[in-house]
Design a protein. Sequence first.
Length: 202
Amino acid sequence: MKGRCSAADRLERLPVTRYHKFVIAIIYVSWISASMNMTGTNYNLPLVSRYFDFDTIQSSYLSSAGFLGMMFGSLVAGYLADRIGRKRVTYLFMLLWMIGGVGSGMAVNIPMVLCCRCISGFGLGAMTPVLSSYISEIIPSKLRGKYITGYMMWGGAGTIAACLITMLSANNIGYSEQIYTFPYFCAFLLKRFMKTFVPISE
C-alpha cells in the first residue's frame, strides 16, 4: 500500500535523545579503557622485559601477541553477534578481555604472559566491531558517521591516556598494577550499564 513505511524508516525519523547519548557515552568510556589496556602493554614493554628478563625477540613476541588475538577475535565476532546478539557477545568477549588483562598483570612466566595477551587481544578484537555496529543500530544514518568517528577518536584518547599513565606512574607502581586495573574498570562499567539500560540486539 502506498504511503506505508517500514520499521527501519520510522527509526530513522526518531531523534537522538539523552538515552542514546548515555548509551554512547558508556560505549565510548569502555572503548577508552580497552584501548588503554591494550596499548599500555607496549608502553610498559621496557618494564615487562626487565621484569621477565626478556631478550629482544621475546619482547617482540609480547608486543605482537595482543594483535594476533585481535585478528582472530574480529574474525568470529560478526558471526557470533548475528547468531546470539550483540549484547551477549559483548558480555562474552568482555569477560575474555578482562581475564586476559588481569592474567597479564599476574603472569609469572613467559608462556603465561603471552597467552594472556592473546586472550585479551581476542576479546578486544571482537568487542571493537560489535560495539561499532551497535552504534549503527541505534543512531539514525544522518548522524551515524559522527558517532562512529567519535568512537574511533576516543580509542585514540585511550592510547594517549595509557602513555601518560605510564610516563607518570611506571616507576612508582610497576607494570602489573597498570595492566590489570584497566580491565576491572571497563568490565564493571560496561556490564553494569548495558545490563540495566541497553536493550538486547538480536
